[in-house]
Design a protein around this ligand. Structure first.
Ligand SMILES: [Zn+2]
Length: 210
């Protein structure tokens, strides 16, 4: 069981991990419930979007999406994050699935560092080389908290919507049963081909590029 210190009117209190709020929000793809949590193991404000009665199904389809402000909000063409997010929302709405939206921007290095890495990419480095030049590993993302969130939703077994085999491996190492992996489409733009090639060649993502 995970406990955290939470600020209240009475001062710091120990709080048990659990669901904090469940609220229905209509999205353009359909209605879903947004969940917030107490006591997540990294103490960040991750959210879960649950379509239909996904958590009641035996093996829901789950997308675990790491925040990308530039792609998700501003529709940057330097990456494929926004396209994958919008496709996932459509798919999850159709199949009563779950989206975990993890606040680990820039493969875990944060927004400002990601912008620094973009500058290094303009100078000819690929996305992984740029991270290393900034003294970060290729990928700092950790999916332990995703397993914790799913457990709090009552989900122990999933079908994973992803192209990233490392994500599946980490989830399984943290005790989640990944029955199947379903790939998303490949979204190539004028600006992201090298980024997609790097993910395919250096991180074994299932990406179809001609
Ligand atoms: Zn992105």
């Amino acid at each position: 069981m995970v406990y955290i210190h939470r600020k209240t009117k009475r001062g710091l209190e120990l709080t048990k991990a659990g669901i904090r709020t469940k609220v229905k929000i209509p999205l353009n793809v359909g209605d879903c419930h947004f969940y917030s949590f107490n006591g997540l193991c990294d103490q960040r404000e991750h959210i879960a979007l649950v379509f239909g009665e996904a958590h009641l199904k035996d093996i829901p389809l789950v997308r675990i999406h790491s925040e990308c402000l530039t792609g998700d909000v501003f529709r940057s063409e330097k990456c494929d994050c926004g396209h994958q997010l919008w496709e996932s929302l459509e798919t999850l709405n159709r199949s009563s699935g779950i989206l975990l939206y993890l606040r680990q921007e820039g493969r875990g290095i944060g927004l400002y560092n990601k912008l620094d890495a973009y500058l290094l990419q303009e100078q000819g480095n690929d996305t992984f080389e740029a991270n290393r030049l900034l003294n970060f590993p290729d990928d700092l993302r950790d999916y332990k908290v995703a397993v914790q969130m799913l457990n709090l939703l009552g989900v122990k077994t999933i079908r994973l919507l992803s192209n990233n085999p490392n994500k599946r491996d980490q989830l399984q190492q943290y005790g989640l049963d990944v029955m199947d992996m379903i790939h998303t489409e490949t979204y190539e733009t004028h600006h992201n081909r090298n980024y997609l090639l790097s993910k395919k060649d250096k991180s074994n993502h299932a990406i179809r590029l001609i």
